[in-house]
Design a protein around this ligand. Structure first.
Ligand SMILES: C[S@@+](CC[C@H](N)C(=O)[O-])C[C@H]1O[C@@H](n2cnc3c(N)ncnc32)[C@H](O)[C@@H]1O
Length: 254
């Protein structure tokens, strides 16, 4: 169990209390989920019994922060799976080291899928052209350090001939190279201007019934991102469904 948005010392008491509550539910045999800033009681959580999903998840989760994202990753994999029968490719803006995409590609046996997946990232962190000081501060200013993990991610997905790991600044890079039709668009850049910029270029290309999943949309500490996405999607007649996982979901209607 872990929490975002507050100092550890301020949440220590809450954390201990929640652990006790979780144990109490365990004792009476009521399933519960405490993690990723979400508490859910008495839910089916059928995804935890989806062996293929759980294998892909466990093969790639490296620490407690990753493990806590199980429900979020289920939503992401559900969206990808739902997009399989639609025309168009998959696009992810904000890849980091490829944790999410590794799980999705494994879960869907993507090497055998007749689609491409385009993975876009600076592979250096947030750029000041498309992010605010607050957004960069909230994730640590990795871009300024100049380190680059593009090759590491390329190597991670080298066995997939239908996956392109593209280094570049979103949205600028999308104008140069991106698919004409999109079945699934995942945005996870923690930067409102970058995500709205991606929508400006790509939303028209999302097919009828195509899915747009926005990570962190519902998280309080990402209020600038929330405002930017909400304003853009509302103006484009696609109000966002805020999910308990902190993600936002839109299903495109032509
Ligand atoms: C929260 S991480 C993404 C996490 C990722 N989905 C995963 O599976 O772990 C955000 C990523 O967005 C990237 N990013 C932020 N702004 C960007 C921009 N304008 N263009 C390209 N990448 C960007 C950062 O480099 C970082 O890797």
């Amino acid at each position: 169990m872990n929490f975002y948005g507050a100092a550890e010392e301020d949440t220590a008491d809450i954390y201990q209390s929640l652990l006790q509550v979780r144990e109490m539910f365990d004792k009476v045999g009521t399933p519960s989920f405490f993690g990723d800033n979400m508490c859910a009681i008495g839910r089916n959580m059928a995804f935890a019994r989806d062996q293929k999903f759980m294998t892909a998840f466990q093969d790639n989760a490296r620490d407690v922060a990753d493990e806590n994202k199980m429900w979020r990753l289920h939503t992401y994999c559900w969206a990808g799976r739902s997009a399989l029968d639609l025309p168009g490719d998959f696009v992810e803006c904000g890849v980091f080291h490829g944790f999410y995409s590794a799980i999705l590609l494994q879960y869907l046996d993507f090497a055998a899928v007749g689609k491409r997946m385009y993975l876009f990232d600076t592979f250096r962190g947030l750029h000041e052209k498309y992010s605010t000081d607050e957004e960069r501060a909230s994730v640590g200013n990795a871009y300024a350090l100049g380190a680059d993990w593009h090759e590491e991610v390329r190597a991670r997905f080298a066995s997939y001939s239908n996956v392109d790991v593209i280094k570049g600044l979103v949205p600028d890079v999308l104008v140069e190279t991106s698919p004409e039709r999109i079945a699934f668009l995942h945005l996870d850049m923690n930067a409102g201007a970058a995500e709205v910029g991606a929508l400006e270029v790509l939303f028209d290309r999302v097919v009828d019934g195509g899915l747009v999943l926005m990570d962190d949309y519902g998280r309080c500490e990402n209020s600038e991102l929330h405002y930017a996405l909400n304003t853009w999607m509302t103006a484009h007649a696609h109000p966002i469904l805020e999910l308990p996982t902190g993600q936002g979901l839109v299903i495109k209607r032509k």
